[in-house]
Design a binder for this molecule. Sequence first.
Ligand SMILES: [Fe+2]
Length: 596
Amino acid sequence: MSKHNHLKKVSRSALTVALALGLVVPVANSGEAQASGGGGTSQQQGPQLQKEKPKVAPVPAKDQPNRIVTNFNGNTKHEMAFNWYTTHHFKDAKVWVSEDPNFTNPKTFKAKSKKVKSKYVERDHNGNFIFKDVKKDDDGKPIKDKNGKEQSNGYFTDKNVSGPEWTSGDQQGEVNLTSQTEHTYKAHAKELKPNHTYYYRVGSEDGPKSEVGHFKTSGKKGDPFKFVQYTDTQNAFWNEHARNEAQFGADTLQRATQTAGQPDFALHTGDFVESAEVEDEWKDIYDQSRPSFMSQPLAAVSGNHDERPLDDDNDDKLLDRFNRHVNVPKGNNAMNGGSYYSFDYNGAHMVVANTNDNKKGKDNPDGKAIGKKQMEWIKNDIKQARKKGSKWVILNLHKPMYSKSYHALSDDDVKKVRKELTKEIDDLDVDLVLQGHDHVLARTKVLQHTDTKNSFVNAKTEDVKQVKGKDNVKYYDNPKGSVYVLPNTGGTKEYDSITDKSLKHIKKVRPELSWLKRKDLDHYNSLFALGRQPQKTDAFKDKHSNNRDSSSQNFSVYEVKGNKLKVKIYQLSGDMTKGEPRQTKLIDEFGIKKDK
Ligand SMILES: [Fe+2]
């Protein structure tokens, strides 16, 4: 029931000799990794290579509802959707929804359950992950015995691991995934009253139930509301014990919620996890985010990692994983994995696109980030929304059209769709485009679409007046174009703002950008009002990415009130793993004023 998966790893052939001599040796033999391992002076730190595979512990069963999330699915005035997991099956699973926290006269809604096979990384009895150190030849290919079985130098776990070589993902061996049968539940509350706070529990009549959560339904057109955005929490399992990335993701949402002061909902612009195949990662980010997930609905956008297998050479995407973990409308049949959908909130229209639609097929012969059917749907959906009188239209994408690291310029599927999508964004009068994927801070000026002969990225800045509001915030006065926002990441993996570096540096760290010319780069940079990577690290000297070790996270708060939409981007800092206090600082603020 287990499957081999290969991760990148360094060669450790020298260790084989030590093993043959019966020695136990540390695997991570870089001074830095060991020095930060745990404070001992003479004690060896870091992973210890051992001949025998440690005994594998069974995956613990959990029948207390877990991985709980509340999502928009349908009319946000009257409906709310729920998703959760248990190990064993509970036939009478349901959600109880009540107008008061004591649950007098609750409404109940039956859940639909589904048996699924989740995959967990093998752990030892201390809860540490087990890695195999595969014997490799000089070309890095696994050496096999005469029966075709991969030979190993031994095994190690992630006990006491730390340091950049580990957190970056370069030190892992091979892991086994073990399959566990679990059950997911989807429930859908209906006929709720608008603009009402509801309390809820999920679980089973006779079995375990969750604690009490709450959510609010939307109100009428024009009622003010606010939401927070965070993105790319993307916690990798191998850092669970080294430098827990999910802790930072959960903290970002918690602080965003606190800073906004009970937002109406949160938006996650994709890449919840590093590998969609590894259930440990979903569990970690969901369970640590539980207090925030249970106190507001989550508008979930599907990211490329949310369908990514553990073996990154494997092209078979895990197309059901995102939808296993959220309860949002499914895309149409042409859609290959993930979801796209929209919802109205107090007269604003939120469009959640799926930029993972890039599997080649009839609907998408060129492998664009968005296929034909989805593009048609986006157009019609926004047209309908405008017809209904939506004042604000906000488009949410995982993959950015404009950003300051490398993804927007080098992802082929984005390059192929940018011209068409930005033209639609302009024609359909989208106000804001909220993005993720590039793990960097980026906020554009007001942009309008222009032809490729004028701009290689099909954008020009709109010369639009800014007026100061009573709140001292500068509002773009009735812009025609759109602003694109990317609040870096809520996780610990960061990308350098490479477009601010020299052309030579850009081409060194991302050789696929060798076509980039100075004048193109200057034009591209002129589109941004804000762009930087808050983390300062030596890792950016010769690569574009850090070692998944940042303590600088970001989030943004969006407030819609009457004819004004205000955007605030915040910076978090402080290394939680060292017990440092977390600081929240406002770093960018602007607004859009629309009189019509
Ligand atoms: Fe991504």
